[in-house]
Design a protein around this ligand. Structure first.
Ligand SMILES: Cc1cc2nc3c(=O)[nH]c(=O)nc-3n(C[C@H](O)[C@H](O)[C@H](O)COP(=O)(O)OP(=O)(O)OC[C@H]3O[C@@H](n4cnc5c(N)ncnc54)[C@H](O)[C@@H]3O)c2cc1C
Length: 529
């Protein structure tokens, strides 16, 4: 820990602690749901001469996570599930970087940008909206094999990966490999997990219609849930309904079961079930942002910042920590409608808490009394793929199927920040209804420089003399020679040769001449079927 924090690029504007600023400075940690709404509300209430606002986030945008499953399914353009800070904020400064330490006693935070040195900034009032991260367990293979579903980058990676597996499987003759590629495992049956699984499965089935070489029955989707039910956010009846709907779609669901291991994609469950899967998506809950451990703010046992219903940070005895506020997934905010409980970590609360926090801070800065945050849950809506959904409104009203799906879209498009994004999302939905959604895999996005690097790499020195070397090169690259060798190239050359007569992916290309079904020995060579 540095003993003397150095102030950063803005120190000239801020002055050092001890010298009061003319305009109080509010630093908002995290530009997600809480950060965006709190900063905007505060700016709406107070002018530039009444408060300076700085938002710190490593990402230049706020992500509306309830739309991530639809973004993964291709129903919404990924760019439209985010609200860019520079457009969403007016008269609010944005610093791009990670908060790495909070010293509230000194009213300073350390910021570490993606490039360059860490620096410190000072503030008069702090707003903590750092959200949550995936709650993982020390399961063998998990860190290497699995992917989360918490942000837009992960959602798009899952989409590209799933579509990429389908593409590869359609050109693979090895039946075991093909099975592994077409097995998709989701761990965690809460809202995020069920929506992600249902949307991605729906997309995969829509995509497979374009592949003559893959049958719908070959797609295997598996959901693993540790508790005896899915969707704890809705009533048991709707949870059971959703379970039945997913099972009707041939999705395998393991309840009261845990993932024990997934080393090299070999999934082992606590009930002894084993199978291979190249796709493992981890959606088994969240925990408060761990950077809070690197602060002097009071935290509860779960690592959340302790809050009063006014969204002021307080110590364990309930004494207000001056000049500090928190809300959202990273905060333990008492739920006044459910005494003894805390507000659940969801967008419904985060968004309203953000607005309330902005109002309260404006009150403090105007010497007015703060008020308590109180919100009765309006319910939960989930999309389970195109035209399918489940919803529970105001605790009692249960909606299923198409009406629930419409409700989901209507509710979330209104909750999506900025008019710009609402319009873009609705325009995208209209386009998809008319033209069908796009199911192309852009997997190379994950490593866009690979092809260029290969092209720019210096040529390997040729083995042997000039004449001999050339001859060898010529022979290696000749299709006849490749076919002679009977190696993997043989399959490629053979299938390419056939592709002239049968387009790649046409069922005749694989089924009659070389599908795994016609290659029971698994030789990898379709000509030996
Ligand atoms: C797939 C999925 C589906 C969901 N569906 C629903 C739903 O249907 N309904 C619902 O109500 N809720 C849903 N949620 C939950 C909801 O999105 C969250 O509860 C809500 O976004 C929490 O808001 P927040 O502001 O606390 O955190 P976030 O919105 O996550 O914001 C946290 C911000 O902090 C930033 N940050 C992180 N680390 C640092 C750091 N070190 N320094 C600076 N900034 C940092 C992040 O980049 C982010 O911008 C869903 C969540 C997921 C993942």
């Amino acid at each position: 820990m540095d003993s003397a924090p150095r102030t950063g690029p803005d120190s000239a504007r801020t002055g050092q602690r001890g010298k009061p600023r003319k305009v109080p400075r509010v630093v908002v940690l995290g530009g997600g749901t809480v950060g965006l709404y709190a900063a905007r509300r505060l700016r709406k209430r107070l002018g530039k001469r009444e408060a300076a606002i700085v938002v710190v986030d490593p990402r230049p945008y706020m992500t509306y996570a309830p739309f991530l499953p639809e973004a993964a399914a291709g129903s919404i353009d990924p760019r439209n599930v985010v609200a860019p800070h520079r457009r969403a904020f007016k008269h609010v400064d944005v610093l791009q970087g990670k908060v790495t330490e909070i010293r509230h006693a000194d009213r300073t935070v350390q910021i570490t940008p993606a490039e360059g040195d860490s620096y410190w900034i000072t503030y008069d009032h702090l707003v903590v909206g750092l959200g949550s991260v995936a709650r993982t367990l020390p399961i063998p293979g998990l860190a290497d094999e699995a992917i989360g579903f918490k942000n837009v980058e992960e959602a798009i990676a899952v989409r590209n990966h799933v579509l990429g597996r389908i593409d590869l499987a359609a050109s693979t003759w090895d039946p075991d490999l093909r099975k592994k590629m077409l097995t998709f495992t989701f761990v965690g049956g809460g809202f995020a997990g069920v929506e992600a699984l249902a949307e991605v499965e729906d997309m995969a089935r829509a995509a497979v219609r374009y592949y003559g070489a893959i049958e719908q029955e070959e797609l295997r989707f598996v959901l693993v849930e540790g508790s005896p039910r899915i969707l704890p956010e809705v009533s048991e009846e709707l949870g059971v309904y959703t379970l039945e709907q997913l099972r009707k779609r041939d999705i395998e669901i393991y309840l009261s079961t845990f993932l024990s291991s997934c080393v090299d994609g070999r999934v082992v469950l606590s009930d002894g079930t084993e199978f291979d899967s190249e796709t493992i998506v981890w959606t088994a809950g969240v925990k408060a942002n761990p950077v809070l451990q690197n602060s002097d703010l009071p935290l509860d046992k779960m690592g959340r910042v302790i809050c009063l219903p006014t969204l002021q940070i307080a110590d364990a005895e309930g004494n207000v920590v001056p000049d500090a506020y928190a809300a959202g997934d990273c905060a333990a905010v008492p739920d006044l409608y459910n005494p003894g409980n805390f507000c659940p970590p969801n967008a419904q609360h985060a968004l309203r808490e953000g607005n309330h926090l902005g109002d309260n801070l404006a009150r403090v800065l105007s010497s007015a009394p703060v008020t308590e945050y109180k919100h009765r849950n309006v319910g939960a809506v989930a999309s389970l793929g195109m035209y399918k959904g489940v919803a529970q409104m105001f605790g009692k009203i249960k909606v299923r199927g198409f009406p629930a799906w419409v409700l989901h879209r209507t509710y979330h498009v209104f909750a999506m920040p900025t008019v710009n994004r609402k319009i873009r999302i609705m325009a995208g939905w209209t386009g998809s209804l008319l033209l069908r959604r796009e199911v192309v895999a852009l997997g190379a996005l994950q490593d866009p420089r690979a092809e260029f690097k290969a092209a720019a790499a210096p040529p390997k020195p040729k083995a042997g003399g000039a004449e001999g070397g050339n001859a060898a090169t010529k022979r290696e690259s000749s299709p006849e020679h490749a076919a002679d060798t009977g190696g993997p190239d043989a399959a490629a050359v053979t299938s390419h040769g056939r592709a002239d007569e049968n387009p790649p992916g046409a069922s005749s290309a694989l089924t009659s001449a070389g599908s795994p079904a016609s290659d029971p020995a698994g030789t990898g060579d379709p000509t030996k079927a």
